[in-house]
Design a binder for this molecule. Structure first.
Ligand SMILES: CC(C)(COP(=O)(O)OP(=O)(O)OC[C@H]1O[C@@H](n2cnc3c(N)ncnc32)[C@H](O)[C@@H]1OP(=O)(O)O)[C@@H](O)C(=O)NCCC(=O)NCCS
Length: 149
């Protein structure tokens, strides 16, 4: 297996549907295609893909934003998933390494990941890579906003 990293492209839509399904977010190809429009046109966001012989087998979605309370920027890893057939072979670690490189090159001083409480094995993965679970000291508030029809 020779998995390489490259930007996600529009023709990866079908494979993204499979990966998002494995992440627990069933999505249609039309929905993914529409979302890709937003990603491709956003200068502060990147979709890093893992590729095996032309097939997208993993993705890391990231966004960089400025900070007000500190100098520098913050990078968020918004989604990370590796195809079930390719797990435990180092692909996830390479995607996180690419996320960190891109963040550093973009002037980031902080990296942030949020992950459902029930993904306990994945949390070990992040801890092994140097990330600290700060939920004991830092609450996370989310509110769904409904768009007007
Ligand atoms: C988490 C995930 C991206 C890791 O990708 P991967 O390519 O399997 O990871 P790597 O091979 O680089 O590293 C795996 C190592 O990290 C550790 N690890 C900790 N949690 C792990 C997990 N959930 N899956 C795989 N490895 C994990 C283990 O040491 C593991 O080595 P091992 O398989 O020999 O035990 C992948 O398992 C995945 O897509 N999981 C489902 C979706 C998910 O949880 N995404 C993150 C949402 S926040």
């Amino acid at each position: 297996m020779a998995v390489t990293l490259r930007p996600v492209q529009r023709q990866d839509g079908g494979r993204l549907v499979v990966l998002l399904d494995q992440l627990g977010y069933p999505t249609t190809e039309a929905e993914v295609d529409a979302r890709l429009d937003g990603w491709m046109s956003d200068q502060s966001s990147w979709l890093i893909g893992a590729d095996d012989d032309g097939e997208l087998v993993g993705v890391a979605a990231m966004h960089v934003m400025p900070l007000l309370e500190l100098d520098g920027r913050l990078a968020r890893l918004l989604a990370l998933v590796v195809d079930e057939r390719y797990r435990s072979q180092g692909v996830g670690q390479s995607l996180v390494a690419a996320f960190e490189t891109r963040a550093r090159d973009s002037g980031c001083v902080k990296l942030e990941i949020s992950s459902s409480r029930d993904r306990t094995r994945t949390h070990l993965f992040y801890k092994q890579l140097g990330y600290e679970d700060t939920c004991g000291t830092s609450a996370r508030f989310i509110k769904a906003v409904h768009q007007a029809a």
